[in-house]
Design a protein around this ligand. Structure first.
Ligand code: COA
Length: 181
């Protein structure tokens, strides 16, 4: 069963999202090998392993892998996941309809310029709009990943405390329908 993201989301601010498949493995493996991503994702895998990963995710119900573009240029990789199918469900009292997001902007020359916060804001808006029963979009950046924490915060995600995950101390960051200033 596919993750129930439904028809591909409509994003504002010039962003587009399309499902990623095995044919995107070379591009995604290249992005994942970039030091600014490798450091936090730890998924610097071969093209073959990424092809398998993308096929498995696409066939499963946990997570939908996507390529994101802005103004028609493909700039990064996003995973949209249902928290109830994720290990994160063991770490906070999630609702059935909570969405989680993982994000990586592939081109290092495009990070740190506000693109991430715009993308995260557009993604959260689109997920909340597409699922009327969804109250929260969440993320679990490493507490030391300052660019990520700042970008999520600027996109209206609020810190809800620390989570001790097996490989990292994370911040649970939550975006609700009402963005707190
Ligand atoms: C996380 C990510 C998507 C954010 O996108 P982005 O375009 O860099 O985000 P923004 O430019 O909107 O915001 C980045 C913020 O971090 C700050 N920042 C960037 N590098 C920094 C550094 N080395 N130390 C401290 N702050 C830093 C920027 O100044 C900005 O904050 P501010 O404008 O509030 O001062 C992007 O950096 C990325 O893909 N990183 C690699 C993968 C990753 O870490 N993914 C997240 C896993 S949860």
């Amino acid at each position: 069963m596919r993750c129930d993201v439904g028809p591909m989301l409509h994003l504002d601010n010039g962003f587009d999202l399309r499902p990623a498949g095995a044919e995107d493995a070379a591009r995604i493996a290249f992005w994942m090998a970039q030091p600014h991503i490798r450091r936090w994702w730890h998924q610097d895998w071969s093209v073959e392993r990424w092809a398998e990963e993308l096929s498995e995710q696409s066939a499963g119900e946990h997570s939908t892998p996507c390529v994101v573009s802005v103004d028609s240029v493909e700039v990064g990789y996003v995973e949209l996941y249902r928290v109830r199918h994720d290990r994160l469900a063991d770490y906070y009292a999630c609702d059935d309809h909570d969405w989680g997001v993982h994000v990586a902007i592939g081109d290092v020359t495009r990070v740190g310029r506000g693109l991430g916060r715009q993308l995260l804001s557009a993604l959260a808006d689109a997920l909340l709009a597409s699922d009327p029963d969804c109250r929260r979009v969440v993320a679990e950046p490493d507490i030391d990943n300052t660019p990520s924490v700042r970008a999520f915060a600027a996109a209206g995600f609020v810190r809800q405390g620390e989570l001790q995950l097996p490989e990292k101390t994370a911040l649970l960051m939550v975006r609700t329908r009402t963005v707190e200033a």
